[in-house]
Design a binder for this molecule. Structure first.
Ligand code: UDP
Ligand code: MG
Length: 311
């Protein structure tokens, strides 16, 4: 019998889990043709999440869990999941029921037809602010223009992955993770299904503006060096422009004489150049910082235990 794993990263989800479990249970009981496993990754929750997971495991042997030593973030928590799932395929599911488990049978159908990565594309994004929409659009634009592989829009982590994809992702052990990009980067046969993403059932989203901006910078810096090239190109254009201006003003001074005006021009030019240099330095810094983090070769997460086994 084929084994299907469901991976649920959880951070402070004590309110959502009691609502999620019945849905998972009816899904698993309704599809006895597969052997099921649910793997909860407790990403350092500060509330009763772990106790709830333990309670669920006590009455349902299909449930496994990993307890991370602190909050490592969803991206890292997912890698922990990839390392420990046992299924022939896996589905990544948010704990807050924004990803409807009712879609999983359709995903399994496509998997049986031979697709390796069945991802759910959201038709609506639930209630999100206008600013958040704009930023996500700009972000996808940048990635689209600068990478070789297709970056899928409005696609989250909710997807079914065949064992071959799981193994591929397990090989990508960079510490600055942008998993959504990795799913695109690995390739394999992909299939899209569309769904409406609702709002979370309970608790609060863990994302605020800064953490989203951070994720966007992560996405860009881990998949493209285009910003560095933009800095180079901008530098080139400005240098060329300044050179032409220099020739123009020198000629003007020689022909018409020097009347020592142009204070504003000088100040503006200095400030402009200074600003551009700082931006370019900042971009360089982003990449160097990432190189620094990557060279430390630290483990991406630390786990305290897998089920009852201490690690
Ligand atoms: N999550 C996690 N670690 C974190 C933040 C979030 O494991 O540091 C989990 C969270 O419990 C949920 C999923 O990631 O299952 C998605 O989180 P959330 O609903 O806050 O994100 P959104 O739906 O707003 O993208
Ligand atoms: Mg959510």
């Amino acid at each position: 019998m084929k084994k299907v794993s469901i991976l649920v990263p959880c951070y402070n989800e004590e309110k959502s889990l009691p609502l999620l479990y019945p849905e998972l249970k009816s899904l698993m009981d309704g599809n006895p043709g597969y052997e099921w496993e649910v793997l909860f990754v407790n990403d350092g929750s500060r509330d009763g999440t772990l106790d709830i997971i333990k309670g669920l495991r006590a009455c349902d042997a299909r449930i496994n869990y990993i307890d991370l030593t602190r909050n490592f973030g969803k991206e890292n928590a997912m890698l922990a999941g990839f390392d420990y799932v046992k299924g022939d395929c896996m589905v990544i599911l948010d704990a807050d029921l924004q990803d409807p488990p009712s879609l999983i049978p359709r995903m399994l159908d496509y998997w049986e037809q031979g697709y390796d990565d069945v991802y759910a594309k959201r038709e609506s994004r639930g209630s999100e602010s206008w600013l958040r929409r704009m930023f996500s659009l700009a972000f996808y634009r940048i990635l689209d223009y600068s990478t070789r592989f297709d970056v899928l829009r409005n696609v989250g982590d909710f997807r079914l992955l065949d064992r071959c994809c799981i193994n591929a992702i397990k090989c990508l052990r960079e510490s600055e993770r942008y998993t959504k990009g990795m799913f695109c980067w690995i390739g394999y046969r992909k299939k899209e299904i569309v769904f409406d993403r609702g709002d979370r059932v309970a608790g609060d989203s863990k994302w605020n503006f800064w953490s989203l901006l951070n994720l966007a910078v992560e996405g860009i810096t881990s998949f493209t060096i285009a910003p560095l090239r933009i800095a180079t190109v901008a530098g080139g254009i400005i240098a060329f422009g300044s050179f032409m201006l220099m020739i123009f003003y020198t000629a003007k001074t020689i022909i018409f004489g020097d009347d020592a005006r142009g204070f504003t021009t000088i100040v503006v030019a200095i400030l402009l150049m200074g600003g551009i240099q700082l931006v370019a330095l900042g971009i360089l810094g982003e990449y160097i910082g990432r190189i620094f983090n990557e060279t430390k070769k630290r483990p991406i997460y630390l786990a305290r235990c897998y089920n009852e086994t201490k690690l």
